[in-house]
Design a protein around this ligand. Structure first.
Ligand SMILES: Cc1cc2nc3c(=O)[nH]c(=O)nc-3n(C[C@H](O)[C@H](O)[C@H](O)COP(=O)(O)OP(=O)(O)OC[C@H]3O[C@@H](n4cnc5c(N)ncnc54)[C@H](O)[C@@H]3O)c2cc1C
Length: 388
């Protein structure tokens, strides 16, 4: 059995599956992917039918990155023959004074040349009658926003990585990791694999993996959740007539048209309890659920209906919510990516970006904001700013 590879990917959730795919497109059977659970498991961050994808972002840099993200998804769709992104249009809305200023989003889209519309409450309700909004509410509508089909996209990345020759191992316990002399050695259930470049995409387990590198990041893991509501008005919430939406305030809520279930989905962003990957449960947080129901009752009442299910999920939050995409400092053989609880829309792109320094030694993308040695990540107890 082959034990020496050019590239090993540690963690096969959203980012790792994408990295395995993009590496295998160029390096075929020189790619080994390692996942501690079964592929498609629900203990991490990337499960479920849908994630929001949007160009609308709080800095021009993320808007530019999102343009590349759409291109990466289109490339995988073309290569695999699967649809992975569904454009529904997207509404960012809030009261005139809100914790997340809509002007950050409009200014960023202006700077990046992305078209959008400014809508007042009346216009929002005219276009999408289920909304019930007071006069002080305003919004931004961007037509490219929509749904990244999370579970399907992960399965597609995995299937295509294997098609290109990658070996993906499930259920292996990764033990010791050592890097020296331009290679990494990874022990899995007593077998040592060697590679030239190690890509770490371990999500909520990142700090456990970093122990082997003598490093630790000030990450906060939270247990988040989304709930599917079987609205009796399903026709009003079809993806061709109802957008993804984000309420840009603190608390911040978001939701989807009917997709994946005969129900609409809604949740609160960064509203969950702090946990670890080991202490998390799969039990719905009832107060958090009541907050979402309260929000929908006020502003989107016909979305409510019997609860189909609430699905829990983890966020791996950096204190500034910016991603980490970088070499592990002092270990040029190892690269790492962390998504800050908003990374899925970029998953394929991040996989592609990780493959570039791994194979070529460099990437055309400017990753300065995502450095692992940025100042805030050097603090033991950094201030956190999650509402961006
Ligand atoms: C409720 C919720 C809603 C979200 N909504 C959005 C959204 O609308 N839009 C958006 O863009 N993003 C969203 N996100 C964030 C996005 O889903 C994550 O940023 C993204 O999925 C992170 O993927 P990942 O690969 O880093 O983590 P994961 O998918 O968790 O993958 C990490 C993998 O590494 C494996 N692993 C860890 N350690 C080891 C080891 N030692 N050996 C082997 N395997 C290991 C784990 O088992 C896991 O499979 C949301 C997240 C949640 C939870």
């Amino acid at each position: 059995m082959k034990r020496d590879y050019e590239y090993v990917v540690l963690g096969l959730g959203g980012f790792g599956s994408a990295a395995a795919y993009w590496l295998a497109r160029r390096a075929g059977s020189e790619v080994l992917g390692l996942e501690q659970f079964e592929l498609g498991h629900v203990r991490g961050e990337s499960q479920d039918h849908s994630r929001i994808i949007r160009l609308s972002y709080h800095t021009p840099e993320y808007v530019e990155l999102a343009k590349h993200a759409y291109r990466a998804w289109a490339d995988v769709e073309h290569d695999s023959g699967e649809q992975l992104v569904l454009r529904t249009g997207g509404l960012d809305f809030a009261g005139r004074v809100s914790a997340i200023p809509l002007s950050n989003y409009s200014n960023s889209m202006d700077a990046a040349g992305v078209p959008y519309e400014r809508l007042d409450a009346g216009e929002i309700m005219r276009r999408w009658p289920p909304f019930r909004l007071s006069d002080d509410v305003h919004g931004l509508y961007q037509p490219e926003s929509g749904i990244a089909m999370a579970a399907k996209a992960n399965a597609t990345h995995q299937r295509m990585a294997r098609k290109y020759g990658a070996r993906l191992l499930e259920g292996g316990q990764v033990g010791d990791i050592r890097t020296e002399a331009g290679e990494a050695r990874i022990e899995v259930d007593g077998v040592t694999y060697r590679c030239r470049r190690l890509v770490i995409a371990a999500g909520a387990w990142s700090n456990q993996v970093l122990l082997s590198f003598g490093a630790r990041l000030p990450l906060t893991i939270t247990q988040e959740q989304v709930t599917y509501f079987a609205t009796p008005h399903l026709a009003d919430f079809q993806p061709d007539r109802f957008p993804i939406w984000i309420w840009m305030d603190d608390p911040c809520y978001y939701g989807f048209p009917a997709f994946g279930e005969a129900a609409v989905k809604a949740g609160q962003d960064a509203g969950g309890q702090e946990v670890t990957a080991n202490t998390r449960t799969f039990e719905p947080d009832q107060p958090a659920l009541r907050r979402v129901i309260g929000f929908l009752g006020d502003r989107l009442p016909t979305a409510l209906g019997p609860i189909v299910y609430t699905r829990t999920c983890l966020y791996t939050l950096t204190p500034d919510r910016d991603f980490i995409i970088d070499k592990v400092p002092g270990h040029p053989e190892a690269l790492m990516a962390i998504g800050g609880g908003h990374g899925f829309k970029f998953a394929s792109l991040i996989g592609q970006i990780l493959s570039e320094p791994a194979i070529d030694g460099e990437t055309p993308h400017d990753l300065e904001t995502f450095r692992m040695d940025r100042a805030i990540l050097q603090l033991q107890n950094p201030p956190t700013h999650y509402m961006v």
